[in-house]
Design a binder for this molecule. Structure first.
Ligand SMILES: C[S@@+](CC[C@H](N)C(=O)[O-])C[C@H]1O[C@@H](n2cnc3c(N)ncnc32)[C@H](O)[C@@H]1O
Length: 340
């Protein structure tokens, strides 16, 4: 999964911009400017709650086309104290997407990094939208001969790929005890890469001071499941058919991210459904304001974007939002005291 997505020469992200109607999938910031704007205001509000540190690193991990950051920075133009304190850092592995980001943010003095830990130390507010689902997972299957790892093998004849079962690797050690008794045939997923990134973000945030917002397709509650999927041209695709040619992703287990951040000592908020989060940040008020100067056609587009971002059965419930803050920070926007 890591090679298929990240190989610099043949990997999916290294060789294309897959986001948008002409690409393979669409993400929340591409659906409406309101998404990035509200995240930008969340960052400004959180910065104030952190004691208004100056400077603060405003870091986005996996920024895609750069749309979220563009809209976020436009929204905070009216908050010069925050904007003046914020250094912009973009953590991106794909050279093609870095070029899109440069184009999208022509007047922004941003610094690019290939890993989050290269963002300079100090106060930080980090945002990651649809990043964790692209980080590689391991899958284990419970068979009559015990747990086996699902591995990818060359199929021998046609040069294709196939799944095979092999002895478990060290990654099995992170499978929670409760899942090891799952019924025969169960598939369990774990992702040490996600745990490592969550730990890096949290350690930076708690010492910063700082905060982070993680938004992704996922669930709360670790149970057996097989969520690995491939997507091309906005449709499901055979997982092993086009390595490097189709997107690969797997649902994020927010219970694991929560536990990781909490064990590191952060205050952890949520996850809450994306719809609830955006409603609580005032997306309806923002939509009404934009509609005041929109044509009837544009108003329809705004309503449909609102429904996609917040509606039940759409991104509003499928996507979840988790925040972490330095210990003692007041409740961040979009959450309430019971979400901790
Ligand atoms: C699904 S896209 C999401 C893009 C964007 N956040 C959005 O919402 O439109 C995933 C992004 O993460 C980047 N990415 C993938 N693996 C990464 C990694 N290990 N570190 C940093 N960025 C990564 C991709 O190149 C891409 O920009």
């Amino acid at each position: 999964m890591a090679e298929a997505l990240g190989n610099p020469k043949y990997g999916y992200y290294g060789t294309r911009n897959p986001i948008g109607a002409a690409g393979d999938f669409i993400t929340a910031p591409e659906i409406s400017q309101m998404f990035g704007e509200l995240i930008g205001l969340w960052c400004a509000d959180t910065w104030r709650k952190l004691g208004a540190p100056n400077p603060v690193r405003l870091a986005e991990i996996g920024p895609g086309r750069g749309t979220l950051m563009r809209d976020a920075l436009r929204a905070v133009r009216t908050l010069p104290a925050f904007r003046g304190s914020a250094d912009i850092h973009l953590v991106e592995t794909s050279p093609v997407l870095r070029a899109c980001q440069r184009e999208m943010l022509p007047d922004v003095d941003a610094t690019w990094h290939d890993r989050f830990l290269r963002v300079p130390e100090g106060p930080v507010i980090a945002v990651a939208n649809e990043l964790f689902d692209a980080l590689p997972i391991h899958q284990f299957e419970r068979t009559l001969r015990g747990w086996r790892e699902r591995l990818v093998d060359a199929d021998g004849d046609g040069g294709g790929l196939r799944f095979v079962l092999g002895p478990v690797t060290a990654a099995f050690s992170v499978v929670p005890e409760g899942l090891r008794h799952a019924p025969l045939g169960s598939i369990v997923e774990v992702s040490p890469a996600r745990v490592d990134l969550m730990r890096d973000i949290t350690e930076r945030a708690i010492h910063g001071p700082g905060a982070a917002l993680v938004i992704d397709y996922g669930h709360l509650g670790t149970r057996p499941r097989d969520t690995l999927q491939a997507v091309a041209a906005h449709h499901g695709h055979e997982v092993l058919e086009s390595p490097g040619g189709a997107d690969l992703c797997a649902h994020v287990d927010f219970a694991v991210l929560r536990r990781t951040a909490s064990e590191c000592g952060a205050d952890v908020w949520g996850p809450v459904p994306q719809g609830e989060f955006l409603e609580s940040l005032g997306i309806r008020t923002r939509a009404a304001r934009i509609k005041e100067t929109a044509t009837p056609e544009q108003c329809d587009e705004i309503d449909s974007a609102l429904e996609r971002l917040t509606g039940p059965g759409e991104m509003g419930t499928l996507f979840k939002v988790l925040a972490i803050t330095s210990p003692g920070t007041p409740v961040p926007g979009g959450f309430d005291a019971n979400d901790r």
